[in-house]
Every structure is written in C-alpha cells, then in structure tokens.
Design a protein around this ligand. Structure first.
Ligand SMILES: [Zn+2]
Ligand SMILES: [Zn+2]
Ligand SMILES: [Zn+2]
Ligand SMILES: [Zn+2]
Ligand SMILES: [Zn+2]
Length: 239
C-alpha cells in the first residue's frame, strides 16, 4: 500500500497533515490513545493522528469476527461507555463498531498484525489465551500476543498497563524531565498515573518477559510495529 506524505482529514479539514516519525509517545486526536512511530501531524496546530486512524477505511472486516462488518465512527455510538474488544480499554474517539453484534475495535487494534517478528521469534495475535499472561497471570478477556513455544504470552490490555508502570518507573528512577514531558503529553496516561498508588519495583514481574518480545508487542500496541521503543520499555525489560 502506498503511504501518502500529506493528507487532509474530514475531522481536521482546514490544514494538511504531514507524515512524521517519532520515538516520543504522543496522544492521537482521533482515537485518543497513545502512539509512537509513524503519525500524521498538523504543523499549524499540533493536531495528530495515528497512521492507522488517519487512513482508516469507512468499513472493515477482521478475521477474528468472520460475520461482522465494522463501520468507522468518529465518536463512540450510543449512550453507554464502549470498551475495545481487543485491548479492553474504554473507547473515547475513533472506533470500528459492528452494529449487529456490538463489537468495538480501535482502528489501531483492528490493524494489529497477525504475526509480529521480534527478531528472535514470531508472536501470534490471538483472541483468547490458553496459558497465563506474563502481565496479569491470568487468561482473561481480550486479545494477546503469544509465541508458538508458549513461553511468551501478553494481553494487549496488560501491555497498556505496563506502559503506565514503566513510564512511572522511569519517572521515579531515571530521567525525570523526559518522562514528565512524555506523560503530560498523553492525557489518558496522566489520568491513570494520578489514580494509582505509587508502588516501587512493581515492574519487576515483567522481568521474565524477553526484552525483544516485549518491545515488539509494545510498539504494535502503540500503533506502529516497526517503531523503536527502547526508551519506552527500558523500565520493564530484564537486565
Ligand atoms: Zn489513533
Ligand atoms: Zn491544524
Ligand atoms: Zn458483528
Ligand atoms: Zn483497542
Ligand atoms: Zn494479562
């Protein structure tokens, strides 16, 4: 697929958006989730979209939901709070919704690759976990990535939790200014940090997850599987 260097988007019609690459996390003005890697950004007012959100087709399908046709909404439809069936977080903006089954997917989640290559092993996207997740220790709801050998299992939802924890860990221990800048530029993360008790060393439980595997899953969850996210996951990988 050809990637446009510039485009205009219906929810930001006045200015052109330009393709850019960043290794500092940002907040997407479409789905309101955190992102890293390729994004489309307005240079007049800082409006930013994930690549997946900027080029999201009006309709899509997904192999996990064979009978569904997903329609793109710029605002979550209906009055109830909606939860993304992939990453199990609340939907605040752009969402693919199936009107007949009520399934919801963030555009980035709908575009997650079926296979991630972390350089050492392949990680496969699955809609249900059969063995326990490294993050929560359970096999609960939501999608995950797992290796064929079964040694690596991680819910997308746990990766999102882990990001907050690792940023918090870095914030407490290392480069305060850098992380403060990262955290305050992502409103959703800022909120979750404020609502959390500060627990030192809580990130240790991810030590058993190989660094490369964790990095691959984190960058996919942030909307760009090719992004280098070493700084973002420095708090969680085993030393
Ligand atoms: Zn987005
Ligand atoms: Zn603008
Ligand atoms: Zn459906
Ligand atoms: Zn999602
Ligand atoms: Zn989990």
């Amino acid at each position: 697929m050809k990637i446009e260097k510039e485009l205009t988007h219906p929810i930001h019609p006045c200015h052109k958006l330009r393709l850019e690459y960043t290794e500092t996390p940002y907040n997407c003005d479409g789905c309101k989730e955190a992102g890293i890697g390729y994004k489309y950004k307005c240079h007049q007012c800082a409006f930013t979209l994930h690549k997946a959100c900027a080029i999201a087709a009006p309709r899509t399908t997904h192999p996990f939901y064979q009978k569904c046709e997903f329609k793109l909404y710029y605002h979550p439809p209906g009055k109830c709070k909606r939860v993304c069936d992939a990453c199990r977080t609340y939907v605040h903006g752009f969402v693919y919704h199936c009107d007949s089954c009520d399934f919801d997917l963030h555009p980035c989640c709908a575009n997650l690759p079926q296979v991630l290559d972390d350089g050492k092993r392949d990680l496969y996207l699955c809609s249900k976990l059969s063995s326990s997740c490294h993050g929560c220790g359970g096999t609960g709801l939501g999608w995950s990535y797992r290796s064929q050998c079964g040694a690596y299992n991680l819910h997308l939802s746990c990766v999102k939790e882990m990001l907050v924890e690792s940023w918090l860990a870095v914030y407490l221990n290392v480069d305060k200014n850098r992380v403060r800048q990262m955290v305050t530029s992502i409103p959703r993360l800022k909120g979750s940090l404020q609502n959390r008790p500060v627990v030192r060393g809580s990130v240790g439980k991810y030590g058993q997850m190989a660094g490369a595997a964790a990095r691959a899953v984190v960058s996919a969850v942030l909307g760009d599987p090719t992004a280098m996210v070493a700084a973002v996951v420095s708090g969680i990988v085993s030393k």
